[in-house]
Design a protein. Structure first.
Length: 313
């Protein structure tokens, strides 16, 4: 495969890891980052500590200014969901007639937000499943056997642009999938991640401890079922075994696995409550679907999020 020209908008746990894989394989990757992490990347390169093998990326362009990168073939957007409204308008200088924007964010509405900011033509749908985070400035820690990316056209057609980026990751050992129903895939992930993120954040426990308790395991199942019902009422058909598959995914994670939202809550950082349970609650209310588990998660975590946001202003 000819090297791809890729900009990674957000070089954290997701963008740093999946972008780092591409860069280490010889693709022309530039990273958008900020703060201490950016300075470490510029001074020492990107260090990946992974269960699949450690490596270092040296020499890649790293900047906080998209205009220094210019037009690319692919823009992989991997910031936190709450950062997207600020990031999306800054990406115009990366976009040319042949550019494809691949969102790897949590939630179900990143493609719509990017389309509003950049125009719909360049946007495809995407998601990923991986446990990784910034361990220290310039260093990404990745701890799960699972490292999956799903990309698909929003109109459910097949395309060469999706195939090329999926194949690039697939060649590097990532479970990369071309989806013919990316909306269903996004809702399926939301069912899992909203339950995982919400319950681990509330209980301050890992996935093994959640599953080993009869009571919390039942809450995990009920939380996924609520998302399934909201999706169905929204006109998005999920596979019949989506809840069983979610439990199987949780059981196949390392028992000590924690969610990124839990780690953010514990660190006193902003976290993706609005993209998870907040979305489920609001969509459920609009569709007259009762979501008691997610209303509980949202109500109990909202004060902590409000406090963090108030301290940041």
């Amino acid at each position: 495969m000819e090297p791809l020209r890729v900009a990674i908008a957000g070089a954290g746990g997701v963008g740093g890891y999946f972008g780092g894989l591409l860069a280490a394989a010889g693709h022309k990757v530039a990273f958008l980052s900020r703060g201490e992490h950016l300075r470490a990347l510029q001074e020492r390169g990107l260090q990946i500590k992974s269960i699949h093998g450690d490596f270092v990326v040296d020499g890649a362009l790293t900047t906080d200014d998209p205009s220094e990168i210019g037009e690319v073939e692919y823009v992989v957007v991997s910031v936190k969901h709450y950062q997207l409204p600020q990031m999306a308008p800054r990406l115009h200088s990366l976009i040319g007639p042949q550019t494809t924007v691949v969102p790897l964010l949590n939630g179900i509405d990143a493609d719509g937000m990017l389309s509003d900011a950049l125009g719909p033509g360049s946007i495809v749908g995407g998601l990923c499943s991986v446990i990784s985070w910034i361990e220290s400035p310039g260093v990404i820690r990745q701890t799960s056997q699972l490292r999956q990316i799903v990309v698909g056209e929003l109109n459910r057609t097949k395309s060469e642009r999706v195939h090329r980026i999926v194949e690039a990751w697939r060649e590097l050992g990532v479970q990369a999938i071309e989806s013919e129903n990316i909306l269903s895939a996004l809702w399926t992930k939301l069912a899992f991640i909203a339950a995982f993120g919400g319950l681990t954040s509330l209980t301050r426990t890992n996935i093994g401890e959640i599953l080993n308790s009869k009571e919390s395991r039942e809450l995990f199942v009920e939380a996924m079922r609520e998302v399934e019902e909201v999706a169905t009422s929204s006109g998005v058909h999920l596979e019949e075994d989506v809840v069983r598959r979610g439990i199987s995914m949780a059981e196949n994670l390392e028992s000590t696995a924690t969610s990124s939202m839990q780690r953010d809550v514990a660190a006193g950082k902003a976290f993706e409550l609005e993209a998870f349970s907040g979305t489920v609650v609001r969509r459920g209310r609009d569709l007259s679907v009762n979501t008691p588990i997610h209303r509980m998660i949202y109500g109990l975590l909202k004060p902590a999020l409000s406090k963090v946001l108030q301290e940041q202003t």
